[in-house]
Design a protein around this ligand. Structure first.
Ligand code: ZN
Length: 224
């Protein structure tokens, strides 16, 4: 109940700040005639990256699609943690959809990577959930909150590659209800950033338990 009220309040807040938000570019702060997350010049600065293969086991890998490289102007947008930045997350997801990059990816459900509740509480929103909500809106396919975080992991960016692996090991499990409905379905994992890919790998390992037809991942940025 309390969670519902909190969600409702944050949605009202989101709608109000959306309407009131002045049309400034989120990166260079240039005034724009039409509201968008980035001005045309900054949009051109996004370095496109090709889809990557991420190995899960020796015989199983998934494709990872990214809007761009983890560089400016995306980098500051991804790092943003203030409440108003929820708008930027959603606008960035709209920009991602407008590229058409995801049109050919088979999809039945969008599956956001969850934040641990303590991190969610301090941040107030999860970028992956915001992205998934927009992808769902644009594609007409539902969001499935299938994953749950088992532990509060350290920030991956601060760790060595070896430490990253053990940090996220068994970090996720599945919400057990209605697992049958995801069998033989196409699942798309959603996260904001891929560094070494170890978080995605752990999430895929958990998701494979439902025996989906395919798993693909979509992130705003990828470290290249
Ligand atoms: Zn700009």
């Amino acid at each position: 109940m309390l969670a519902n009220i909190k969600y409702l309040l944050s949605s009202v807040w989101y709608a109000a700040t959306y309407i009131l938000a002045p049309p400034f570019c989120s990166y260079c702060k240039e005034f724009m005639k039409v509201r968008a997350v980035l001005c045309d010049e900054c949009k051109l600065m996004i370095r496109p990256v090709v889809s990557a293969k991420l190995a899960i086991t020796r015989t199983y890998d998934i494709k990872v699609f990214a809007l761009g490289a983890y560089e400016e102007p995306l980098q500051s947008l991804i790092r943003a943690k203030h409440h108003g930045d929820r708008i930027a997350s959603r606008d960035l997801a709209k920009l991602f959809c407008s590229t058409g990059m995801l049109d050919a990816v088979p999809c039945d459900y969008w599956v956001p990577i969850p934040l641990h509740w303590t991190r969610f509480a301090s941040r107030g929103f999860n970028q992956a959930t915001e992205m998934a909500a927009i992808f769902s809106q644009e594609s007409g396919k539902p969001v499935a909150e299938l994953l749950k975080r088992n532990k509060r992991t350290k920030f991956q960016a601060l760790l060595s590659p070896q430490a990253r692996l053990s940090n996220v090991k068994e970090a996720f499990s599945l919400h057990k209800q209605n697992m049958e409905q995801y069998r033989d379905k196409h699942l798309i994992l959603v996260d904001d950033l891929m560094t070494t890919g170890s978080t995605l790998q752990e999430a895929v390992r958990a998701l494979r338990m439902v025996q989906p037809a395919s798993i693909t991942a979509v992130v705003f940025c990828r470290v290249v």
